[in-house]
Design a binder for this molecule. Structure first.
Ligand SMILES: Cc1cc2nc3c(=O)[nH]c(=O)nc-3n(C[C@H](O)[C@H](O)[C@H](O)COP(=O)(O)OP(=O)(O)OC[C@H]3O[C@@H](n4cnc5c(N)ncnc54)[C@H](O)[C@@H]3O)c2cc1C
Length: 484
């Protein structure tokens, strides 16, 4: 039996890994990757001086099922000694800022318990008052299937929290607009259910226990993360170490052929088989695992799959510009994870990550420096392009450095700037997304298509989600085949 995996980002690589690891029935597994490299949005540049710039994901959270699973994977891949972690009392965990009214406002989480009773800018209420608001907020009489993040938090805590806290936080994660993003699909918990069951989100979050019934294979790094209280982690040589090691291990384990620079051009389903068309051949497969963006998959389907194609096409994604900046011989006075901007402050500038504050190990080895990453665009990409006038690298560099020097009061010229334009890089889970994904799954099942869907388009955009969803989807699939 032959399986073809479409896409060699972290979801495609994890799919290949778990198929091999779980003794799938496939004698032959072929992974097709359109570009000449693996990793997808995981893109690390390693400079000659030792500095590391991430143009995609830069850190992972150890918490939750997905977090534990990635730690377990790192152990299995023999990457334990390459993990770099920051703990919960590290300045980058304690200090997170909102840039508003042209200044940095430190979030109360970094200010100690007593500060929860004081008003802290940019909010006109203390955290304590917000908690009281939430505990007292009425529960809707009729069940709500889904609503926007903005609407949910406005009615539960207050519009100010939605506008100046949730708005920037989700611009930082989804690069998206919380008046459109789904509260059901974008949060790690089903907050609508918590509200319904416990009459309050806070009470629900405190009482609700996630069933920890997922199998994790290796515990070493999970235990280390718990004991040492990690809040976030990465790898010595950057995030690409994960995709590079996955590639090595998959190849060493035998029956996976990785074909780079080989885009899939079409899928033709015929009974329980599927023809996978590339520029040079047509591969007859027993199963296809698609890890590519849903709209890209939609274009590969022919007219018999028009319904599925139309459903897949409804999931959209936003584009971002990522600007990595290094200042040589400069040590920032501001320590923290970074700052985010509410869309009311400046829609086009999503935020700035203080890379050196979190992972000093990634600074140049030969001189003192401070590295930052500015994220621009997202749901406001078109507005950004209008503002810039053109997308020439020098225009973007000048703009990003000007904004950075204004927001962080940096008065020197940068020593290195790298601009990356990431088109359609973060899928947007709008209100109704979970229903749409259900319809997609149903359409695949009703038509008996030998197709599994993984990747960031469906059930979580974080690297942890992508890996964990690939694991769960393929475990279920292999289990199903073995039962038959
Ligand atoms: C700027 C940025 C910052 C981020 N920061 C974080 C972070 O800090 N932490 C975190 O957890 N997550 C972060 N994310 C999210 C996370 O990185 C992505 O959601 C995740 O990497 C997506 O992986 P994937 O394999 O599902 O998709 P992709 O990475 O998109 O991989 C899909 C692959 O399929 C290939 N492909 C496309 N079409 C075809 C075809 N027809 N045939 C064959 N191959 C094809 C593509 O070339 C690509 O390699 C970030 C994302 C971005 C863009």
């Amino acid at each position: 039996m032959t399986a073809v995996i479409l896409g060699g980002g972290v979801s495609g690589l994890a799919s290949a890994y778990y198929l091999v690891r779980n003794s799938s029935p496939f004698q032959r597994i072929i992974l097709l990757e359109a570009s000449d490299r693996l990793g997808g949005w995981i893109q690390t540049s390693r400079l000659d001086n030792g500095a590391i710039f991430e143009h995609g994901p830069r850190s992972l959270r150890p918490a939750g099922k997905g977090g534990k699973n990635t730690l377990s994977l790192a152990t299995e891949l023999g990457l334990s000694n390459d993990i770099i972690a920051v703990t919960r009392n590290h300045p980058s965990t304690r200090n997170r800022y909102i840039y508003m009214n042209k200044k940095l406002n430190r979030l109360a989480m970094g200010g100690g318990f007593k500060n929860t009773f004081y008003k802290q800018p940019p909010f006109s209420q203390s955290v304590f008052s917000m908690v009281i608001n939430e505990l007292r907020a009425p529960v809707p009489v009729n069940d709500i299937e889904d609503e926007s993040i903005h609407s949910f938090f406005s009615r539960r805590i207050g519009q100010e929290v939605a506008d100046y806290l949730l708005d920037p936080v989700f611009r930082g994660i989804f690069a998206g607009d919380i008046s459109k993003l789904s509260v059901k699909s974008c949060l790690p918990m089903d907050v609508l259910k918590l509200e319904k069951d416990y009459k309050s989100l806070i009470k629900g979050a405190l009482r609700h226990k996630d069933k920890d019934d997922e199998e994790v294979y290796a515990m070493n790094d999970i235990m280390r993360a718990t004991k040492e209280r990690w809040s976030t982690w990465s790898f010595q040589k950057g995030m690409s170490q994960l995709s590079e090691r996955l590639e090595d291990v998959i190849i060493r384990r035998g029956n996976v052929e990785i074909r780079k620079s080989t885009p899939c051009r079409g899928l033709e389903f015929d009974g329980d088989k599927v023809k996978v068309i590339t520029d040079t051949e047509s591969i007859t497969a027993d199963h296809v695992v698609s890890s590519i963006f849903s709209q890209d998959l939609s274009k590969l389907l022919g007219s018999p799959q028009e319904e599925l194609s139309n459903l897949l096409n409804q999931i959209t994604a936003v584009s971002c510009i990522v600007v990595n900046v290094e200042y040589k011989d400069y040590v920032s006075q501001i320590e923290g994870f970074g700052h985010l901007l509410p869309s009311s402050e400046d829609p086009c500038v999503l935020g700035v990550i203080y890379d050196s504050s979190t992972f000093k190990q990634h600074d140049a080895a030969t001189y003192v420096s401070s590295r930052y990453t500015m994220m621009l665009g997202g749901a406001w990409y078109d507005e950004l392009v209008d503002r810039l006038g053109n997308l020439q690298e020098s225009t973007i560099q000048d703009y990003a450095c000007k904004v950075l020097s204004e927001q962080l009061d940096i008065k020197i010229e940068p020593s290195a700037v790298v601009v990356t334009i990431q088109k359609n890089c973060i899928p947007q889970y709008f209100v109704g997304h979970s229903k749409l994904v259900e319809s997609i799954d149903k359409c695949v099942a009703d038509n008996g298509l030998p197709l599994s869907l993984v990747g960031s388009s469906y059930k979580g955009v974080s690297v942890n989600d992508c890996i964990n969803n690939a694991k769960l989807t393929l475990k279920q699939f292999v289990h199903g085949i073995k039962k038959v």
